[in-house]
Write a protein that binds this ligand. Structure first.
Ligand SMILES: C[S@@+](CC[C@H](N)C(=O)[O-])C[C@H]1O[C@@H](n2cnc3c(N)ncnc32)[C@H](O)[C@@H]1O
Length: 270
């Protein structure tokens, strides 16, 4: 199963380096939702599928305690390497069987991980561990887009499209859940009080070489590379060259990207 990549220490280290932290505007949206559904105090937030902690750290100032949970020891190891506030801890565990007491959690967040969950079992666990009116936020993001390069000899979007055409045979059920902007995840939520926040855009200044590392850390690309290492290597090398040529910048020049996030929010009934 594609998920095993997250167990590899090298993958986890790469993930920590090149995957962006959850933007503060998304955490604000989630916090505002929680405040609209549930009264304070907010004592415990749990970030499931926390990876190397990039989705966990931004929660620290809003809760007494934040726990990041991931099935991969390697990811948890990377999360612990990064300095963070004292009220955050990390532990190994799975979404379908969370080691928290009944009715003890104010907020559960899931960043870019729900596509791999057994949603039926996860919902059962959510209903067990959340306090009445406690909330869950499940969000994900699209591949970053280059901003302001619409008049290039070759449009960057076309170059990236070509990459995904090559990777198409390696798509899995998880990929299609992401492409659908979590439609299946939304449908699987059994709490009646649920909603979607779409089209949350965040700008980033990063380089083409960062973008290549980002693609390199994707499960879809890694699946291809496992099957066909030589062609996979050449694919990213060519992609980098095409982007450098089209944009007329060096691989290390900082350019502007836009990242689109989408988020499902739901609240447990009384
Ligand atoms: C793409 S990473 C996301 C990391 C981080 N939340 C972020 O926003 O970048 C997905 C993580 O979900 C974890 N994961 C996948 N299925 C899981 C499950 N059933 N229970 C717990 N963690 C899981 C993987 O090990 C991986 O670290």
């Amino acid at each position: 199963m594609a998920l095993h990549f997250f167990e590899e220490p090298q993958h986890a280290a790469q993930y920590r380096e090149c995957r962006p932290s959850t933007p503060s505007q998304l955490h604000e949206l989630i916090l505002n939702y929680l405040q609209s559904k549930k009264e304070k105090p907010f004592l415990l937030a749990v970030d499931i599928g926390c990876g190397s902690g990039q989705s966990t750290r931004g929660l620290a100032s809003h809760f007494d305690k934040v726990v990041g949970v991931d099935l991969s020891e390697a990811q948890i190891g990377e999360a612990r390497k990064t300095d963070g506030p004292d009220n955050i801890s990390y532990r190994q565990g799975v979404a379908e069987e969370m080691n928290f007491e009944d009715g003890s959690v104010d907020l559960v967040t899931v960043g870019a991980a729900a596509q791999w969950f057994d949603m039926k079992k996860f919902m059962k666990e959510l209903a067990r561990i959340l306090k009445p009116h406690g909330c869950v936020a499940l969000y994900c993001y699209e591949v970053p887009r280059f901003l302001g390069y619409d008049h290039c000899s070759e449009h960057p979007a076309q170059i990236i499209q070509d990459l995904f055409t090559t990777l198409k045979p390696y798509e899995t059920e998880a990929t299609s859940i992401v492409w659908s902007e979590y439609k299946e995840v939304f449908d699987a939520i059994t709490f009646p009080d649920k909603e979607r926040a779409k089209d949350i855009y965040v700008k980033l200044k990063k380089s083409i070489s960062w973008f290549i590392s980002y693609l390199n850390s994707s499960v879809l690309y890694k699946t291809y590379r496992k099957e066909d290492p030589e062609n996979a290597k050449a694919l990213l090398e060519k992609l980098e060259q095409r982007l450098v040529k089209a944009l007329g910048v060096s691989s290390e020049t900082l350019v502007e990207f836009s990242m689109k996030y989408y988020c499902i929010l739901a609240s447990k009934p009384e």
